[in-house]
Design a protein around this ligand. Structure first.
Ligand code: ATP
Length: 340
């Protein structure tokens, strides 16, 4: 039986990296009917909407999306489409595993931590206004409902995967009410999971602690903006933004996308590393219970990294997106022969 998946190519490097991921998933033998509909500027030109109704209906129907990054204009222009999609479908949990790949020289060789980022509020509520000329207020919204929900998600994940420690990351010494509420919710939920060690670290100290010794962390749960920043920092432990995947999860649907943005500096040059979106596609395969294919694609990915022959420039190689993808597909066949 074929799975139906909504494919949102995005812009910048989005179309290149999603195309690579789709080719690899198809080569794995999993049957997927892709419903390809874009969002962002391209969609606006075609449908007159940044998030076309066709796309919303498709996601409602399939419940699953694989998405490339969509450019957000800086300091003006339309609001982030990435954020709008998360809000529209109540994809409240942003799940970002940061795990080292073998044979990729990095400062820390075997990092394995998970960032759980609240995905619907915080400073991303987008509520800003000019009080008087020269004075702007931006509101950070923290609710008990969203904080309890994300804390529960993190602890449930930790219990299921037998993770040992959760740290709530905050700045409650300064934002006593908002981050204070977030912490109270995390503490409340932690009581129901006595087997998991619960700790709290202030965000600025967390940055230093991570750089000094990332191994002290296991699962980190935090509000939206802290999660955005800590994700990029942690990406550096495993080789950069080209590698780290993500899943936006809600009760009725899930959209899988890389941590990185649209990388306009390398767009259209066959230079982007598709590993991050491919690893997001692997999370998607696990989500739709195609576990064997997910394992096989992951084994082929590891083999391609171990061989070091066709790696992209961001991780020290000289290959383009398509050469890396071809090599991985060839390895997929040999992995299939070896395991089958
Ligand atoms: P956003 O705020 O939209 O998430 P960002 O500020 O994180 O975006 P990116 O667009 O992700 O910025 O790019 C940051 C840097 O990382 C750029 O130099 C870009 O070329 C590089 N980069 C991002 N993704 C990749 C990738 N898949 N392969 C190679 N380099 C990448």
């Amino acid at each position: 039986m074929a799975h139906n998946v909504t494919l949102i190519p995005g812009d910048g490097i989005g179309p290149e990296v999603t195309r690579a991921a789709v080719r690899i998933v198809e080569a794995s033998g999993v049957k997927i009917e892709w419903e390809t509909i874009n969002a962002g500027s391209e969609a606006f030109q075609k449908y007159g909407e940044y998030i076309p109704k066709e796309l919303s209906r498709s996601i409602e129907r399939t419940g699953i999306g694989l998405k490339g990054p969509i450019t957000t204009p800086i300091g003006g222009g339309f609001a982030s489409i990435n954020v709008a999609l998360r809000k529209q479908f109540e994809l409240y949990a942003n799940f970002r595993p940061v795990k080292s790949l073998p044979s990729l020289p990095t400062r820390y060789p075997s990092v394995d931590l998970v960032i759980v980022r609240e995905n619907t509020e915080g400073q991303y509520s987008g509520i800003e206004h000019e009080v008087v000329p020269g004075v702007v207020e931006a509101l950070k919204v923290i609710t008990e409902k969203a904080s309890l929900r994300i804390a529960k998600f993190a602890f449930e994940f930790a219990r299921r995967e037998k993770r040992k420690r959760i740290h709530a990351i905050h700045k409650a010494n300064i934002m006593k009410m908002s981050d204070g509420l977030f912490l109270r919710c995390c503490r409340d939920i932690a009581k129901d999971y006595p087997e998991i060690t619960y700790g709290e670290h202030i965000i600025d100290n967390t940055c230093m602690q991570l750089v000094m010794n990332p191994y002290q962390y296991d699962v980190l749960v935090m509000e939206n903006l802290y999660g955005d920043i800590i994700s990029d920092l942690c990406a550096a432990f495993v080789g950069g933004l080209g590698l780290v995947p993500g899943a936006n999860l809600g009760h009725t649907c899930a959209i899988f996308e890389a941590v990185h943005g649209s990388a306009p500096d390398i767009a259209g040059k066959d230079m982007a590393n598709p590993t991050a979106v491919l690893q997001s596609a692997i999370l998607m395969l696990r989500h739709i219970k195609e576990t064997e294919a997910a394992d096989r694609v992951h084994a082929a990915l590891e083999k391609t990294y171990k061989e070091k022959l066709h790696l992209t420039r961001d991780v020290g190689g000289a290959a383009g997106t398509s050469e890396f993808t071809d090599a991985l597909i060839a390895n997929l066949e040999s992995v299939a022969v070896a395991t089958g």
